[in-house]
Ligand binder design. Structure first.
Ligand code: SF4
Ligand code: SF4
Length: 243
């Protein structure tokens, strides 16, 4: 199981939101009406038309205010609970590309509200979103149409700081381990988040909860994945989806 992966080095992120805008532009996602909510983060959350959001958190540590930036998106799980849940409900709305490992929803497949609720709840990172009017799901699709042509995902192409990286999984893991080693010398809490089970590999330098409540999934989430897998029938990967 090789395929592709993102490596997201949050220590380099400036919260410029170039990745967020590039994602909207490439995927032709509508703008979202927003309001000032007392934080730099905008919009407030992922939605049917926002597949990537730069989360911005201020946390007081030892009397000093720290800023944490976390560019949130689908983790493209190696064993995706959302896909397994959809399939257990008899839905082909979510598929996984054999070659890249991208977990993709099919925009032609409608999903009932009750089924979507289960799919969303099965994601340990609360990623999938849904449109009530069209009954279609939406989330990051790894810019599937770009990567199939050998291009970088739009967010990676747009990032000016080296935070966003993408490529063969082995190379991304190697890059992540090397950078972790460098940062550990300065930040003892530096860590990779669930790198062994996700294709979106985050590197953080402090407690993941300071970045975002769903930054890292704990053992409960990993258990949830294995339980879902055991409950469903054997599955066939999808290998010819064109987004
Ligand atoms: S992060 Fe959530 S939506 Fe993305 S593949 Fe994993 S379970 Fe599915
Ligand atoms: S484009 Fe890069 S630096 Fe800017 S917010 Fe996104 S990840 Fe951070």
């Amino acid at each position: 199981m090789a395929g592709k992966s993102f490596f997201i080095d949050t220590s380099r992120c400036t919260a410029c939101r170039g990745c967020q805008v590039a994602d909207k532009q490439w995927n032709q996602l509508k703008g979202t009406k927003t309001s000032q909510s007392g934080t730099h983060q905008n919009p407030e959350d992922l939605s049917f038309n926002t597949w990537k959001v730069v989360r911005f958190n201020e946390v007081a540590v030892n009397g000093k205010l720290n800023w944490y930036f976390f560019t949130d998106q689908c983790r493209h799980c190696l064993e995706p609970p959302c896909m397994y849940t959809a399939q257990s409900l008899g839905s082909k709305a979510i598929v996984r590309d054999d070659e890249t490992g991208a977990v993709i929803y099919d925009p032609k497949v409608k999903v009932k509200a009750a089924d979507f609720k289960q799919i969303r709840e099965s994601c340990p990172w609360d990623i999938p979103r849904w449109d009530e009017k069209t009954q279609i799901m939406a989330k990051c699709n790894m810019c599937f149409s770009r990567i199939k042509e050998g291009l970088l995902p739009a967010c990676v192409k747009a990032c000016p700081t080296g935070t966003m990286n993408f490529g063969d999984r082995d190379k991304m893991l190697e890059m992540a381990e090397k950078r972790l080693k460098e940062l550990k010398a300065v930040y003892p809490k530096a860590q990779l988040l669930n790198a062994e089970s996700l294709r979106t590999i985050f590197l953080v330098v402090d407690d993941p909860k300071n970045y975002w409540k769903h930054a890292a999934e704990n053992d409960v989430g990993i258990t949830r994945i294995s339980v879902i897998k055991k409950l469903i029938r054997p599955l066939t990967n999808f290998s010819h989806f064109v987004g």
